[in-house]
Every structure is written in structure tokens, then in C-alpha cells.
Design a protein around this ligand. Structure first.
Ligand code: SF4
Length: 293
């Protein structure tokens, strides 16, 4: 049977996917805003466990087309181990079309382009990457363990290996003081990477990490109001110019005050007009008690 070490997270777009937990927790687990895996110690599941779960799921769900590999940075496992898992998945599920997982920029930097090509050829087709901010100041203050250069280099390496990217940013992460820098630098990084998908979430601090976040930030952190979040989103959308292709942009996560979907740059004018409308009618925003990170 499938056994999960809770809590289990997956991107909203993987709601219908088979979730296979190949790692437990996050190998880094030190981003000051993130409480997702604080209760877990990072470990990789054994081949015997993973093989048995694949074989069980292949019997129970033979029509599976998509598999998401949990937990927080499944790409941290060795290329050899990941190739073994991918091989067994595609052999076991005849209709399988896509395998995806979360990854950190450091996972990408630690693998060569040849390794990433081999993973893509073996069926790892989409990576979800939390870039959170393009500002080195904000990245440092939230102890992301990554720089804008590392994020760009890692993501471009994955892209040139043919792996699709779904990147995430967090609105409000720099607070009031760094809002403009956060928006413009994030737009710059997103424009250079030009991921297929870009999601903007909104910062909501869990009680478990609130004090740590405030202390690591190193100076008073002023959380943005809803209207200020909309201002930041507007600045972000204004400055995104994908280096190539188009970006499917979403700000429709459970943490966002209003669901927005767009293709950038095509829908820029519509989104900017919508943001202005929302700023004038904050009563249309989702109440804060209904939002979650
Ligand atoms: S944000 Fe991602 S990398 Fe950072 S601690 Fe959470 S799961 Fe790990």
C-alpha cells in the first residue's frame, strides 16, 4: 500500500496525480518563512519501499498518467537513484505521461547538464521551484540559501536540458521596506528564466515560524496590507518581459487575496486594469481568515 509521512504537500496542479513520497522532508529546511517540513528530519526512502509502492499503485491505479514525487526537494536524491525510480515508474504505468517534483536551485546546481538531460529523457518533465524573490537582500533576510545568480543559473540549466519549469514567488516577502526592490528584482529574474509557469503566492506566516522569521529578518518587518500586496503585484506584472516565449502566470493560490490568471506579456494590460479595479474595491478581496499558505 501507499504510506505517507504527514504532512504531505503537492502543488495545486498535481491534485489528480499519484503522489509517491521518495524523500521525507526538505534537505535544507531553513527558509525562515516556511513551516512545511519543520516536523520532519530529511531522509530518502529505501528502494525496497519505493519499489513496493510503485508496484502496489500500478495494480490499484493502472491508468495513472501523472506522478508527483514528494517531499520538499525530491531532486536532491542522486541522479542514479532518480533514474532507477523513473525507469520503474514508466515500466509499471503504461499510460504515464509526466513525472514532476519540487526542486531547490541548489539541487539543479549540484547536477551537471548531462545529468539533467538524462533525467528529462527518462521522463522527469516538470520541476516546481520556489525562487521566492529575485532580490539578493530579501533572499538573504529570509535565509533562502540561494542567490539570484544561483537561481538563474540552476533554472537555465534545467531549461536547456528540456525540463519545464514552474517557478514560485512570494508577494510581501520583503515587507514594506523592500517591496519595490523585491518586485522589480523578481520580475528581472523571472524574465531571464522565462519559466513556462510562474505563480505568485502571498506571504502568510505560520505561528510556528513567525518569531524566527522576524528575528532572522534582522530589522523590523512591516507586513504589507492587501492594497500594498496589489501594488507589489502590479509592479511585478509591469516589469515581467520574458526573454523568450510566454509565461503562464497565476496568482490564484489559496494565500492570494484575489485569483488572477494570465499569459504574460499578452495579458499585461488586462491584469493591470484588474489590479486597479481591485485596489478601488477592496471589498472584492477574499477575507484574510479564508486564506492559507
Ligand atoms: S521553502 Fe522549500 S527549500 Fe525552503 S525550507 Fe521550505 S521546502 Fe525547504
Amino acid at each position: 500500500m501507499l504510506t505517507y509521512v504527514e504532512p504531505l504537500y503537492r502543488p495545486p496542479s498535481e491534485a489528480d496525480s499519484l503522489i509517491l513520497q521518495v524523500t521525507i522532508g526538505c534537505s535544507y529546511n531553513r527558509c525562515s518563512f516556511c513551516s512545511m517540513y519543520r516536523s520532519k528530519r530529511y531522509e530518502e526512502r529505501s528502494w525496497d519501499e519505493i519499489k513496493a509502492e510503485i508496484e502496489y499503485a500500478a495494480e490499484e491505479y493502472p491508468s495513472t498518467r501523472r506522478v508527483f514525487l514528494a517531499d520538499g526537494d525530491a531532486l536532491n536524491i542522486s541522479t542514479e537513484y532518480m533514474l532507477k525510480i523513473l525507469d520503474h515508474l514508466y515500466r509499471s504505468f503504461p499510460k504515464l505521461e509526466r513525472v514532476s517534483c519540487y526542486a531547490m536551485p541548489k539541487n539543479l546546481l549540484q547536477k551537471s547538464e548531462q545529468e539533467l538531460v538524462a533525467l528529462r529523457d527518462a521522463g522527469l518533465k516538470l520541476l516546481y521551484i520556489g525562487i521566492e524573490s529575485g532580490s539578493d537582500t530579501v533572499l538573504r533576510k529570509v535565509t533562502k540559501g540561494a542567490t539570484s545568480k544561483g537561481i538563474i543559473d540552476g533554472c537555465l540549466k534545467a531549461k536547456s536540458a528540456g525540463i519545464q519549469l514552474s517557478c514560485m514567488l512570494i508577494l510581501g516577502l520583503g515587507g514594506r521596506k523592500y517591496s519595490m526592490e523585491h518586485a522589480i528584482a523578481s520580475a528581472r529574474v523571472a524574465s531571464i528564466i522565462a519559466p513556462e509557469y510562474l505563480a505568485a503566492l502571498t506571504l502568510l506566516l505560520d505561528d510556528l515560524v513567525r518569531d524566527e522569521f522576524m528575528s532572522k529578518f534582522g530589522e523590523p518587518f512591516e507586513q504589507l496590507s492587501d492594497v500594498e500586496v496589489l501594488d507589489e503585484l502590479k509592479m511585478l506584472v509591469e516589469h515581467i518581459e520574458p526573454r523568450d516565449g510566454k509565461i503562464i502566470f497565476r496568482a490564484n493560490h489559496a494565500s492570494n487575496p484575489y485569483p488572477i490568471k494570465a499569459v504574460l506579456p499578452d495579458d499585461r494590460a488586462r491584469v493591470l486594469a484588474l489590479i486597479d479595479e481591485l485596489k478601488a474595491r477592496p471589498d472584492r478581496l477574499k477575507p484574510s481568515y479564508l486564506r492559507r499558505f
